[in-house]
Design a protein around this ligand. Structure first.
Ligand code: PAN
Ligand code: ZN
Length: 195
């Protein structure tokens, strides 16, 4: 049985990059992201200098986890790098079948997707473009620009999030800057596909 959700008007505040009302907000700092990084020693160095920068934040409206409903919100990823790797989200797989769409509103980013066999696909996002994440594909977003990368997301409310698989195995590709150019390379720390 679905929960009863009242029809709701939600405001996306593009200046403050928040959603009103929201049911969840999260800020992810480097200390929380470091185990997902391709260059953890670079993360440790920053932290050892007494810095713990905010990497990304998101606001979400999703009053229920029942099927048939939709969660949505705004994510902002700040510009920067950890070692050679651009600031990014942790990334996750949905626990249940559930696609997702990402609509880029500001900045430049990459949507990295990976299926359970380890096949990776990247899509570049700029304002106005939508990245479609099909059922079964893990996803991470990466800020490859000089300013904030902001996007709207929407996915089924009962999808659930599996972060552990990404923390333990990583994505097969990473997005880095080397010699002033952007490169998408094999992740040297990738530990195989899920089974
Ligand atoms: C997005 C992400 C959000 C933050 O709402 O949750 O951008 O990324 P992580 O969840 O990987 O930290 C989404 O994909 N929801 O399903
Ligand atoms: Zn998702």
């Amino acid at each position: 049985m679905s929960a009863i959700i009242e029809p709701t008007k939600v405001i996306l505040d593009f200046k403050k990059i928040i959603v009103k009302p929201y049911t969840r907000k999260k800020q992810v700092k480097l200390s929380e992201l470091k185990d997902y990084c391709a260059y953890p020693e670079a993360a440790e160095k920053i932290l050892s200098e007494g810095r713990d920068p905010i990497i990304y934040e998101y606001y979400e409206y999703g009053p229920t986890e029942t099927s048939g409903n939709i969660n949505f919100g705004l994510t902002v990823i700040y510009p920067g790098k950890i070692g050679k790797e651009y600031y990014m989200t942790k990334g996750h797989f949905h626990e249940k079948d559930g696609a997702e769409l990402y609509l880029c509103l500001k900045g430049r980013g990459i949507l990295l997707m990976q299926n359970k066999e380890g096949k990776a696909v990247t899509i570049e996002l700029e304002p106005g473009s939508i990245g479609y994440v099909p059922v079964g594909w893990g996803h991470r977003t990466i800020n490859i620009g000089r300013g904030k990368f902001v996007f709207f997301f929407a996915y089924p409310s009962d999808a659930g999030h599996d972060y552990m698989i990404v923390k333990e195995k990583g994505f097969s590709k990473i997005v880095i800057e080397e010699g002033k150019s952007l490169k998408i390379i094999d992740n040297p720390r990738y530990r195989g596909t899920s089974d």
